[in-house]
Design a binder for this molecule. Sequence first.
Ligand SMILES: CC(C)(COP(=O)(O)OP(=O)(O)OC[C@H]1O[C@@H](n2cnc3c(N)ncnc32)[C@H](O)[C@@H]1OP(=O)(O)O)[C@@H](O)C(=O)NCCC(=O)NCCS
Length: 195
Amino acid sequence: MTFATPSLAPTTLSAEGLLLRPLRESDEPAVAEALRDADILRWAAGHATVRAPVHERAAVWLRSRISGWAAGDAYFAVTDGTTGEFHGALGVREINRLPDQAVVGYWVTPRSRGRGVARTALDTAAGWALAAPEDGGLGVHRISLDHVESNVASCRVAVAAGFRPEGVMRDYFKEPSGRRHDAHLHARLAAGRPE
Ligand SMILES: CC(C)(COP(=O)(O)OP(=O)(O)OC[C@H]1O[C@@H](n2cnc3c(N)ncnc32)[C@H](O)[C@@H]1OP(=O)(O)O)[C@@H](O)C(=O)NCCC(=O)NCCS
C-alpha cells in the first residue's frame, strides 16, 4: 500500500554471506515450495495467498511483492551470496504510514532454518531502513514487527536483531482459519535515543 513514500528504487543488500535482492518472477518455484510449509502459510503468507488455489499461491504471493517496490514497499528475496540459493523472504512495508516508521516481516524456508539466516537478514534490512538517506538508507526512526506469542523462534530472531519487546497486542493476529492470537510487538530505533 502506498503511503508517503511513493516508490522505492530496487535495492540489494548484503551481509554475512547473504544477498537480499528484489523478488522476481523466477523465484516462483522456490516460493511455491516454501508455501507448502504450514508455519509460513499460517504466520507469514497472508490471507490473499492462503485463499488462492494451491497451484496459484506462489504467483499470487509474488505478484504484489514484485510490484511493491513501485508502490513504496521493499520486498526482498533472502539468498546465498555465493550460490544464489533461495533461503526466504523479507518485506519492509508501511514505510511512513506513520511518520518516520516502517514495519518488517520475514520467513525462512524449512531447509535454511537454524543457522542465523533470519537474524542476519532482519538485522541487515533494519540497518538499511534506519540509516540516513545520505548513507543509502530509508531514514526511518523506528521499525517494528509482530509475532504470535507462541512463535518462540520469531521472538528470538527479533531480539537477536535488536528489536526490543514492547508488549502484548491482544487478539492482534487473525489466522486465515479465523483463529485469533495475542501477538508480541517488537521495535528497533535509529541510534540516538538512549535505551
Ligand atoms: C521464525 C523463522 C523466520 C526463524 O528463521 P531462522 O533462520 O531459523 O532463525 P535464526 O537461525 O536466525 O534464529 C535466530 C534465533 O532464533 C532461535 N530459533 C530459531 N528457530 C527456533 C525454534 N524453532 N525454537 C526456538 N528458537 C529458535 C535461534 O536459536 C536463534 O536464537 P539465538 O540467537 O538466541 O541463538 C523461521 O522459523 C520461519 O520462517 N518460520 C515460519 C514463518 C514465521 O514464523 N515467520 C515469522 C512471522 S512473525
